[in-house]
Write a protein that binds this ligand. Structure first.
Ligand code: PEP
Ligand code: MG
Length: 328
């Protein structure tokens, strides 16, 4: 695996027409960070902080959280790391955070999870905020909130960070040099209010794993529904196209951090829809960088526009054929 990574490590993801695409990787464990140097990824576009919570029998103490985040930042060196606050609850249940046993989630993916849980368990979010702010002292910090469905949720979460920041300032601690707050766009409703996020978030990261399951009302883990959960179907592609379009002219960085971006034809489609930053599984970084080198953006943009105006019966086959005709 390491040899395969090394071969493509130094490939610079410039398209054939000369645009530099950001190729970042997803991670969740301290040891994952080694893949940054091995793959040559531009940074960690999604660090799933809940892994530490999921492998722990008790709520991780703030000091342990701080240590992990500091280790990750140190191992990443100059490359940015986007920390996502915990996405636990729902199907990622942790025994030490049981709420009210009378409340049962019929649909855990749409239930009391992620930011919904963090906002209610304020102590949890506070300690995570403190840990992140302390770990990033003197550096840039990127914080991302999962499952934001409405702008006020983002505001409330950020307020918890602001409060911890003010406290650290009072203690005269060394603060992060810069803090960037963003939201995951994985609940379809958020896409309808992007204008209301202007001036609030500095970046948005589309979580295509959850977004797709919510758009199609198809459980992402149920193999019986796999055919109804298709990233190459016109419905999700048209949905995804509207996001960069609605953000044109606004100062919000946009990326995709779901598994979709790590698949070759899907990555090609995303480039054609206007996405210029992908955060993907480390094993896909090399292959996707190679693909990017072969792509002409205006060509794929035009092809996507034509396909989505008049979708072929089999979108995947059409994109595949188009790509193979161009040796992609
Ligand atoms: C997503 O939903 O696309 C995502 C990246 O988050 P997760 O897979 O952790 O839910
Ligand atoms: Mg998600």
């Amino acid at each position: 695996k390491q040899a395969a990574y090394a071969e493509l490590r130094d490939v610079e993801p410039f398209t054939r027409c000369g645009t530099r695409i950001q190729v970042m990787m997803n991670a969740g464990l301290r040891d994952d960070v080694a893949a940054l140097a091995l793959t040559g990824a531009d940074g960690i576009g999604l660090f799933r902080t809940e892994f530490q919570f999921l492998v722990s029998a008790t709520l991780p103490q703030r000091e342990r959280q701080t240590r992990l985040y500091r280790d990750v930042l140190e191992a990443a060196g100059d490359k940015p790391v986007v920390f996502r606050t915990v996405d636990i609850g729902g199907d990622k249940a942790v025994p030490y955070l049981q709420s009210d046993s009378s409340i049962h989630d019929e649909n855990p993916a749409m239930g009391w999870r992620a930011l919904r849980l963090s906002l209610e368990r304020e102590g949890l979010l506070k300690s995570q905020a403190r840990a992140l702010l302390e770990a990033a002292s003197g550096r840039s910090l990127y914080v991302m909130f999962p499952m934001v469905s409405e702008p006020w949720e983002f505001d409330e979460a950020k307020a918890v960070f602001d409060e911890q920041l003010a406290y650290l300032r009072k203690l005269k601690r060394v603060l992060p040099e810069a803090i960037h707050y963003g939201a995951m766009l994985e609940v379809p409703a958020l896409a309808e209010v992007l204008d209301q996020l202007v001036g609030r978030v500095s970046f948005l990261s589309v979580g295509t794993n959850d977004l797709t399951q919510f758009l199609f009302a198809a459980d992402r883990a149920n193999p019986k529904l796999a055919a109804r959960y298709d990233w190459m179907s016109p419905a999700i592609l048209r949905f995804l196209r509207r996001i960069p379009q609605s953000l044109t002219g606004y100062d919000i960085d946009l990326g995709v951090c779901g598994e979709m971006g790590g698949r070759r034809m899907e990555a090609l489609a995303l480039l054609g829809l206007g996405y210029r930053r992908l955060s993907i599984t480390p094993a896909a970084v090399g292959p996707i960088k190679e693909l990017i080198r072969k792509v002409d953006l205006s060509e794929i943009t035009k092809a996507m526009t034509d396909w989505l105006a008049n979708p072929p019966d089999d979108m995947r086959a059409a994109v595949n054929q188009w790509a193979s005709e161009r040796d992609i």
